[in-house]
Design a protein around this ligand. Structure first.
Ligand code: DX5
Ligand code: ZN
Length: 219
């Protein structure tokens, strides 16, 4: 049976001199627009914040999927809930994960927990029944265009087994290094949402890339 994988192109790899046009290019096959918020502390890079998210909202109806790679996410999470359908907070960025998840859910937004490549899936077991999704980092967060870390496949499989065993419906999202070589294996492992930065935006025809992923049949 064909699984309907969702796509979340990351504007990190878009041309910012024409962000509106770049979004229009991917819009027809995008389930979300992925917003990578980096603060130069949690990750060694600084990107953008709320005003870019608000600008995206003005050019498209595609919901925003915000990935907070920041320290003290508690300070900003309410603001990002205003512009997002999904808000991902890193397990490694807070002492009070359960509280943060509840804050996102209080806004009626989907609460996802992101885990770095070195963070084992078992560490989020005690919140897994409370969340809407897990964002599995398949590169070290901070930059677009990095190489996919192969162990990610095992983590996706473990999460997929975990949700079946526990009878849960949380989604599994993968982020980083998705390209021609890697997209099939993450779909086969059980992923639901795929982030594509460089692969989509550096292509001559981003829609063609997105269509290839959407149409892949793992069986
Ligand atoms: C990396 C970001 C990713 C990034 C993915 O820290 O979280 O969302 O934009 O980019 P690609 O697909 O180019 O690896
Ligand atoms: Zn991301």
């Amino acid at each position: 049976m064909k699984r309907n994988v969702k796509l979340s192109p990351s504007v990190l790899s878009a041309d910012f001199t024409k962000l509106g046009e770049e979004i229009k290019k991917v819009e027809p096959l995008s389930d979300y627009i992925h917003l990578d918020v980096m603060d130069g502390h949690f990750v060694p890079n600084i990107t953008y914040g709320l005003i870019i998210g608000e600008a995206i909202k003005r050019v498209t109806k595609v919901p925003v999927d915000t990935h907070l790679m920041i320290e003290n996410p508690e300070m900003f999470v309410d603001d990002f809930c205003e512009i997002s359908e999904i808000v991902s907070v890193h397990y490694e960025s807070t002492r009070h994960l359960n509280r943060l998840i509840n804050r996102i859910k209080d806004h009626d937004r989907k609460a996802f927990v992101a885990i770095n490549p070195h963070t084992i899936v078992e560490l989020i077991k005690d919140v897994i029944m409370d969340i809407d999704g897990v964002l599995v980092m398949s590169v070290n967060p901070g930059f677009g265009g990095q190489k996919f870390i192969p162990n990610t496949i095992n983590k996706i499989r473990t999460l997929d087994e975990m949700r079946k065993e526990l009878g849960l419906t949380f989604e599994i999202e993968v982020d980083g290094g998705i390209n021609e070589e890697t997209f099939k294996s993450v779909i086969k492992a059980g992923v639901d949402i795929i982030v594509t930065g460089n692969y989509a935006f550096s292509a001559e025809d981003p829609i063609d890339v997105l269509r290839r992923i959407k149409e892949f049949n793992p069986d």
